[in-house]
Ligand binder design. Sequence first.
Ligand code: F6P
Length: 539
Amino acid sequence: MIDSTAEWTALRAEADDQLNKTLRQRFADNPGRARDLSIEVDGLHADLSKHLIEASTVDALVALANAAGLSEKIDAMYSGEHINSTEDRAVLHTALRLPIDATLVVDGQDTVADVHAVLEHMASFANDVRSGAWTGHTGQRITTVVNIGIGGSDLGPFMAYRALEAFRHESIECRYVSNVDGTHLHQALTGIDPATTLFIVASKTFTTLETLSNAKSARAWLLDGLGGDESAIAKHFVALSTNAEGVAAFGIDTANMFEFWDWVGGRYSMDAAIGLSLMLAVGPDNFMDMLSGFHAMDTHFRTAPIEQNLPAMLGLIGVFYRNFFDWPTHAVLPYCQLLDRFPAYLQQLDMESNGKQTTIDGEAVSYDTGAVVWGEPGTNGQHAFYQLIHQGTTPVPCDFIGFYEPDFPAVDHHDALIANLFAQAEALAMGKTADEVRAEGVDESLVSHKTFPGNRPSTMLMAPRLTPFVLGQLVSLYEHRTFTQGVIWGVNSFDQWGVELGKILAKAIIPELESSSTELTHDSSTNALIERYRAHHNR
Ligand code: F6P
């Protein structure tokens, strides 16, 4: 296992060295530190200089990556090897953004041709809906799109729809329904007209309880609103799935299905057909620009040497803090309101991928894996949880994300926003010593309260503007950061067995809630909870 290698052991000593040196000292020692520890990828600037690293750390992390075979594993992923071994699948989200003139034959199939055929199908549908050529059952144009999906079939398109608001068609609104809590669908349907609503049922497997329940209720709502004519379904329901049989069984014509493939993981699918709602909102050209951004970062990840490889370095630095400093969480803090769902999106991407206690070979890991990912946009977070980030007992490595230009210049507070962004990273890194506090004349009883430890690391990611291309770069960056960490930890980042048990138990409990005739055989706590629920409903 990786923790028995010499490279892992070397990092222990490296971590001890780095913990003892402050960021203040590092910047004083090397005025060129920001320049030396920055990476630029196609206009995306990453300043890594506020990390607890030196050239020796970079060397030691690169050595660890080599010991784990990172470069070989990148090649194996990109070339379509079945690296998702527990499900015997290739992992080819990078093929979703290959240009049309690329070639990639995997398992005898021309993936580039398949991908672009679906993209064309999506684009032609999106153009028809956007132009009004596609109408609903009563002949009216579509003005509301309701995406019904959960997890990877919701978080990515929802995040991107919000992120690219500045690029949206002015008369198409998308709404996203994921939770099986009926309130979610109720809210989404409130105030909209069935005659002008298109439902997208997004589910890789087309077996997901939440999605099928919501889709069934949406179908009933539509038929109710349009006089019960079943032929209306074809004009108001489309499906995004790998499961044509399931789509047909649900009653959606497979001519209205946009397919993807089992080599696209759910949490890696927002750039596949799962992104249809986004394409409807921003149009095919912007969607293709986003794919170009993904591809640019994919190319960088595949070709740049590890020490200059942004996703690899961010992944390795994350491992450094998780395993050698024992810091369990990682915050993502976009200074951009339109990225408000980005942390939630990353939670699934990272935690469903690397929250594993077993190596890919089935052995129990002897070290920590996946960090808890969390965050909120700045400046809101500053007035909520930043207190803990600045003065709490456990440091939280942070990713700050900012843009030189605002999304909507009509209300321009951008200098204030960016000043806060830079100030937070500076405050975390440099802190404020007790002497500095005293020098301000602060009463001695308050000195310790007003002291900031500093030395709290962060990455600063900056791009000119949040465009479709930049969004693609950012998502791909985090996909590959996640991959890098999975390789170091030796886990399969592409399965998610840990979500299964709860699903199975829930399926068993539904009939037990509905009828008191079923004998309860759970633990006494679960039995009592079920009985209380039944009693409340007089069952
Ligand atoms: O429950 C987890 C999960 O399987 C995710 O991995 C996936 O993104 C989500 O459920 C939704 O699955 P589907 O797209 O098949 O409905």
